[in-house]
Design a protein around this ligand. Sequence first.
Ligand code: ATP
Ligand code: MG
Ligand code: FE
Length: 346
Amino acid sequence: MLVLGFESSCDETGVALVRVPEQGAPQLLAQALHSQISMHQAYGGVVPELASRDHIRRVLPLAREVLANSNTALAEIDVVAYTQGPGLAGALLVGAGVAVALAAALEKPTLGIHHLEGHLLSPFLSADAPEFPFVALLVSGGHTQLMRVTEVGQYEILGETIDDAAGEAFDKSAKLLGLPYPGGPHLARLAEGGDAAAFELPRPLLHSGKPDFSFAGLKTAVLTQVKRLGEAPTEQQKADLAAATQAAIVEVLVKKSLLALKTTGLKRLVVAGGVGANRLLREQLNAACARRGVRVHYPELSLCTDNGAMIAMAAAMRLQRGMAVLQTGPDAGGFEVRPRWPLGSA
Ligand code: ATP
Ligand code: MG
Ligand code: FE
């Protein structure tokens, strides 16, 4: 079976083709991705209307690229999957509209996928795929959650952020340091030449005893330091503050992940979402987990942020388990996106 997947929840247009064997792991045949980052950079963040329009421009050429690179004819596709939510409504509608129209033309079913399930299952695209059950640390631009994952579709949220997401903390702090959007990777690069001990920053809820998070206070503390440094901070001061910010975020993420592992008794951790690309986070999680006999799995670096492969993969894993609710038949042209959609109900 062949699944074509579309991702368009925010500022990346992604298309991917996955083969679903009767048994064994689904296989990524081809994928194509266009990031709108450079387009939104001038505005310091994602402009929803511009995002929707650009998805419209990119989606079909990307789909053609995927079919050409995998030597696949449209008629060979069995299921068309798309990100149904959460995300920007207008952006979601583009991927959903194209997927539903294509499926109708091919007389094939569609399958709406939860974007965060895509992130969560993205490590299954790696050669070293995890096994169920595991603890998942989902750290993206809009979400920060720890989950007990028993199987596909069985997600128990153990704790989450009460305000900003980890990616948001990176991005907002980076903006205060004058770095371009999205600031996470820029802040991480600047931090490499910095001394984290040069600034003392808060680690909110570090000792709450629960796997919950709060990053809004950290951003305020960074703002206070930026103001203290005045008009013309030196490059070294900026690097030091970047290092201190990254260290604060990473320490909280590591400590809470260990807490979730301890309370669940599970020996496997899966890290997913854009912040999962952070090198310091990976180093510290690897070291802490190695000491506790816990195996850590990550998506490939390029699959940490949004992409079509994770959506096609999530669809494939649902199809293999016979749990996919396929939209087909004369009413299949009707569809609904879900801009707000808690993962627990996926
Ligand atoms: P969501 O999935 O919650 O809807 P999103 O799709 O915008 O949000 P992702 O694409 O998973 O989020 O991740 C983007 C986030 O990851 C941004 O906040 C970005 O700054 C952050 N990020 C990416 N690379 C790094 C890195 N190396 N270090 C820190 N943060 C990073
Ligand atoms: Mg993005
Ligand atoms: Fe995402």
